[in-house]
Design a protein. Sequence first.
Length: 255
Amino acid sequence: MNYEILKTEEVDAVMTVTVSRPQAMNALNTRFFQEMDDLLAATAARTDLRALVLTGAGKAFVAGADIAEMADKDSAAGAEFSRVGQRTFLSLEESPLPVIAAINGFALGGGLELAMSCDIRIASAAAKFGQPEVNLGLTPGYAGTQRLPRLIGTCDALYLLLSGELIGAEEALRLGLVQKVTAPEQLMPEALGLARKIASKGPQAVRKVKRLVRRGLQGGFAAGCAMESEEFGSLFGNEGAEGMRAFLEKRPAKW
């Protein structure tokens, strides 16, 4: 697929993906979901890639779903548009690659839902966050009512979901919605630096850690511990053996 909305750049095993519809504040439409699905399928099997950084062009990360596309849908079409977005964001969440959201501006509605599907969120001090769907007489459609309380707790999530209030980056950090806040000009260097740091670690271990955490949250503690033991053991004799030998020999590991 030739991407019209997603712009990609690869440096040092890290792919930067920029949502680029600046004339529409990067609003999410059907084409975006098609392109993101294609990109995730294309990157899933690539062993030369170690991390993704997702950001937005212009003043917004993503300012929401495309209201112009949604306005004339009936109930059935609206429900399907929700399911399309949920499937894409679940694929992003389940990507074997660590995904870092570099939130440069507005992350509202579907934009916040997109950011919450990433593994780590770094925000510009100028970023704004919110789920303002109730202002339009709507609920979130891309699992915002499910991911937000899991990330920040039930009551804080309900406060944001029911009020439609926007919050700044420092409040998002306090709530645990983002992991770090930077000056606007430092956002991409910070996100790319973190991506390169992750890319320098054992690639199998990184992918397994992400999978263990994601799957563990979907099941019970005992089942998660059992999966962890199996994955831990699977790295002995290969990547783990090299990492431990490198540590003992005081040299960089050769992944």
